[in-house]
Ligand binder design. Structure first.
Ligand SMILES: Nc1nc2c(c(=O)[nH]1)N[C@H]1C(S)=C(S)[C@@H](COP(=O)(O)OP(=O)(O)OC[C@H]3O[C@@H](n4cnc5c(=O)[nH]c(N)nc54)[C@H](O)[C@@H]3O)O[C@H]1N2
Ligand SMILES: Nc1nc2c(c(=O)[nH]1)N[C@H]1C(S)=C(S)[C@@H](COP(=O)(O)OP(=O)(O)OC[C@H]3O[C@@H](n4cnc5c(=O)[nH]c(N)nc54)[C@H](O)[C@@H]3O)O[C@H]1N2
Ligand SMILES: [Mo]
Length: 772
């Protein structure tokens, strides 16, 4: 007997759920329509994944016995006591009411950053924000770890990152028209497994291979030659990390002195070029930003930089940049320099020419499917105006009342007493986790909703068990994906897990705001309501989707409509007056008067090269001579599913592999598979050596995602046992403009670890104690 399969959606793809005769979901299969499905989620139903579920509401022992604020230094080390839902909801609602009454809603941090799961209604971050708004507001965050620097810079000079991401020229147009594709930071297909809300058809492999078949030439500027696979030849320029701005400026310099730039485009579509050139030529500081200068900084031969500039000017060229480049100190600069270079080439708005701000980071960019907006849960109004740039979380906890510059404003850090998190893992995403562990002792109460006993959940006071996408009904939608997915509930929740929506509804009810939060709808009523709102908006944008009942019955819907803007910024190029940008001048700003008015020494009004605080050309490299890149993991999304069989199979001796050049390994007596200690002044972690000659000597790569596993959570700077790079990274802002995270600016040293290796304990359950 065969059974009807249902579909489910994760950020990394759609899966088909197989059922047995008893109607139990037993297996997941790749989505049959997807040309390049991702294996990340195939084990989501497995026992190994279920083993680490949070099964019952749990409260840290001292907090339960002695109340909020008791022994915060014991977070992460003390046992939990499991309690009933009724008791847990009573404790949480009473504590929220106490903090509101004693300290106001300005003492509640609900920034709650994180990717949560796919599914538009149960999106945990939206749910927690809607809930906290319904009870009087919370201190929020702005921007993301993904795009701290670029998200703040780009609207000043071109357009918001959201707009730019959704208007990238499609892979089909690139294959037909582009002749030379130059990328800074590769086009990593491992990253394009993901699209926020759910990739449905993975098109990056097909896109790149079609470009190769059409004869496009590829140049990849990156410290790791492993991040671009076209199935054919790629020229790899192994640049020193964090020096791309210097290389791009030198490309601009060659175009300028050889008069290879497009004056007509600059005059018509940009402002400020003539205020930038005195810096480029060295008139302002005595240093021409020429190829010889850039060679010393970047390690790329001057002759190759000069020749590349000529090749770019002579052919239809797209220049692309990965997001990791702006997750670095002064990370605004490579982006601004790239836009400046693209303006000088003058091919913006032409098919196959211009720029991309990330082909590769996610599946969205390069999609030829129509643009329309999907269902979103309204979050209501926040009565609290305080916010922080997202990556300044530790600074906020450590410095209440302290000041921080941000995008032309002076912000004051609020005094946080209660932290509420649903759908994120700060002990994954934040930098310098040893510093965060100290700051984490400051709040009186930390509440988490979690599916799994993650490192962050273990560090909380109250943990409420949340369902997974397989245990609830929802709608799958990813930007510029062709399909909407009816995510049918595939199985009953494990343990006593409840939907975030149910938890917040109950809390809102206890706090007298039940109707405000639920508007009287249950899950299915919300799904059809949000879907129908999205259908109306789509129709206005010329995209048709079927009515909700037909969609739910069929299990899938295709969004039909035209791809109206197949070439990025084509209408702007054709007539900038009729299609102005939202910048102050309406044009691309090579020089920004607005940013000039902020007067920031670390983000001047045009693209520049500024030395990062740590890099291979600086002083710290004498002690820590290896630049550590912490890129996104191939086998999972951030920390999600780190314990699944798929991700565990990539570990060596249970640790995260760190990639080193064989010369760097030999110099340190390290062989492939050896355990190593990676360290700097901020911390140390264990990892396992993986050797590759596809990495620039002096650079190492330790992907993120291994669950943070400090040997002794109570001590300062404990040894991290599992291979989590954020035990080592630096926690300062990219600049006063953006305050973005700078995970990619980090020097380390490595040695072979010969001692008895401490066991990895990250995937063990915490200790539970009966009450009393
Ligand atoms: N060193 C270094 N650090 C980095 C980066 C880097 O490049 N280098 N990258 C940064 C970037 S770009 C990002 S985006 C961040 C990512 O950081 P996060 O988004 O915080 O990481 P995730 O592991 O995706 O965390 C999501 C959490 O939500 C939980 N969850 C999933 N679904 C639900 C749900 O329905 N309800 C509830 N209550 N919980 C749920 C998951 O179990 C998981 O613990 O990391 C950043 N950190
Ligand atoms: N499988 C998987 N895919 C993901 C994610 C995941 O966790 N897992 N996370 C998603 C998220 S939230 C985001 S924000 C995106 C992030 O997308 P990106 O920021 O683009 O991804 P990274 O993997 O950090 O880096 C990509 C490449 O940039 C190179 N690189 C690093 N530093 C430099 C530099 O200074 N110069 C140059 N030229 N190259 C450099 C690295 O070697 C790496 O190969 O990925 C998304 N995709
Ligand atoms: Mo991200």
């Amino acid at each position: 007997m065969t059974h009807q399969r249902t579909l489910t959606t994760a950020h990394w793809g759609v899966y088909e759920v197989e059922y047995d005769d008893a109607g139990q979901a037993v297996r997941l299969h790749p989505f049959s329509k997807d040309p390049d499905p991702s294996p990340i989620g195939l084990h989501m139903l497995s026992d190994e994944v279920a083993r680490l579920r949070v099964r019952r509401p749990a409260v840290r022992k001292s907090w339960l016995e002695h109340g909020p604020g008791s022994h915060p230094e014991r977070r992460g080390q003390e046992p939990f006591v499991e309690v009933s839902w009724d008791e847990a909801l009573g404790l949480v609602s009473k504590e929220l009411a106490r903090v509101k009454a004693q300290h106001t809603n300005r003492a509640i941090f609900g920034g709650s950053y994180g990717w949560s799961s796919a599914g538009r209604f149960h999106h945990a971050q939206s749910q927690v924000h809607r809930f906290l708004n319904s009870i009087g507001g919370y201190v929020r965050h702005q921007d993301s770890y993904s795009l701290g620097a670029a998200r703040v810079l780009m609207p000043h000079i071109v357009a918001t990152m959201e707009e730019l991401m959704s208007m990238h020229t499609g892979w089909d147009v690139l294959a037909e028209n582009c002749k030379l594709f130059v990328t800074f930071g590769g086009v990593p297909r491992k990253n394009a497994q993901i699209n926020a809300g759910g990739a449905t058809l993975h098109h990056v492999k097909g896109g790149l291979y079609a470009m190769r078949d059409a004869g496009v030439r590829f140049v990849n500027v990156t410290p790791t030659g492993e991040d671009l696979d076209t199935g054919g030849d790629v020229e790899w320029l192994a640049i020193r990390p964090n020096t791309d701005a210097a290389m791009i400026l030198a490309l601009c310099h060659t175009l300028f002195v050889e008069k290879l730039y497009n004056r007509e485009f600059l005059d018509r579509c940009t402002v400020g070029f003539d205020k930038f050139t005195p810096y480029l030529t060295g008139e302002t500081d005595g240093q021409p930003k020429d190829a010889a200068w850039a060679e010393k900084i970047t390690g790329i031969p001057a002759s190759r930089i000069v020749a590349l500039a000529r090749e770019m000017a002579a052919s239809r060229t797209t220049v692309s940049i990965g997001w990791s480049l702006q997750r670095s100190h002064h990370g605004e600069q490579p982006f601004w320099a790239l836009i400046t270079l693209a303006c000088m080439l003058g091919q913006i708005g032409l098919p196959g020419g211009g720029f991309g701000v990330g082909y590769g980071p996610v599946n969205l960019m390069g999609s030829a499917h129509p643009k329309y907006s999907g269902p979103t849960l309204p979050q209501g109004k926040n009565a609290v105006s305080d916010f922080i740039p997202v990556a300044r979380f530790t600074d906020m906890l450590l410095n209440p009342g302290g000041k921080v510059s941000y995008n032309g404003q002076d912000l004051t850090y609020p005094d946080i007493k209660l932290v509420y998190w649903a759908g994120g893992n700060p002990f994954h995403h934040h930098q310098d986790l040893n510093r965060l562990m100290v700051a984490w002792r400051k709040p009186e109460t930390i509440i988490f909703h979690e599916q799994f006993w993650t490192p962050a959940a273990r560090m909380a006071d109250v943990v409420l068990p949340a369902t997974t996408t397989l245990e609830r009904a929802d709608i799958g939608y990813g930007s510029r994906e062709p399909f909407l997915i009816a995510m049918k509930k595939a199985r009953e929740p494990i343990g006593e897990a409840r939907d975030d929506y149910w938890i917040f509804s109950e809390l809102a009810r206890r706090l007298g705001q039940g109707d405000v939060y639920t508007e009287g709808r249950d899950t299915m009523a919300w799904l059809s309501h949000l879907y129908e709102l999205s259908r109306e908006k789509s129709a206005a944008a010329g995209v048709t989707i079927p009515a909700f009942d037909a969609f739910w019955e069929a299990g899938i819907a295709e969004a039909k409509g035209e791809n109206r803007d197949p070439v990025m910024l084509a209408s702007f190029r054709a007539d900038p007056a009729a299609h102005p940008l939202k910048t102050p001048s309406g044009r691309i700003e090579i020089y920004s008067e607005k940013i000039a008015s902020f007067g920031y020494d670390d983000c001047p009004p045009h693209a520049v090269w500024l030395e990062p605080i740590e890099w291979l050309g600086g002083k710290t490299a004498e002690r820590y001579p290896l630049h550590m890149l912490s890129d996104q993991p191939t086998d999972k999304l951030h920390s999600q599913l780190d314990h699944s069989p798929h991700a565990r199979a990539t570990k060596i001796k249970g640790r995260q592999p760190i990639t080193l050049h064989p010369d760097d390994a030999t110099a340190r007596g390290i062989a492939a598979g050896d355990l190593v200690r990676v360290f700097n002044d901020r911390g140390a972690c264990l990892a396992a050596a993986r050797l590759s000659d596809r990495i620039r000597p002096g650079v190492v790569r330790l992907s993120t995602g291994a669950w943070f596993d400090p040997a002794d959570a109570g001590s300062n700077r404990p040894l991290e046992k599992h291979g989590n790079p954020n035990a080592l990274t630096l926690d300062i802002g990219a600049s006063k403009l953006s305050q973005g995270c700078i995970a990619q600016t980090c020097l380390v040293e490595i040695e072979r670890f010969d001692g008895p290796a401490p066991a990895v304990t990250a995937h063990r359950l915490p200790e539970f104690r009966p009450r009393g």
